[in-house]
Design a protein around this ligand. Structure first.
Ligand code: ZN
Length: 60
């Protein structure tokens, strides 16, 4: 079994884990229906992206 040659010290471990924080999922509001959408993606509610209707969505 592979064994590390030396113990990882606290500073090294903490520096590595400095980038491990989980960030909240970012979101934007649709410019047409104002519902929450993921950035750079078509709105699930009304099917538009940047003012253009790209998906036919029933019951808008
Ligand atoms: Zn929308």
């Amino acid at each position: 079994m592979a064994v590390p040659q030396r113990k990882t010290n606290k500073a090294r471990k903490r520096k590595r884990r400095a980038h491990d924080a989980i960030r909240p999922v970012s979101h934007t509001h649709c410019s047409r229906c104002n519902s929450l959408t993921l950035p750079h993606s078509i709105c699930d509610n009304c099917g538009t992206y940047r003012g253009r209707t790209l998906l036919a969505v029933e019951d808008f």
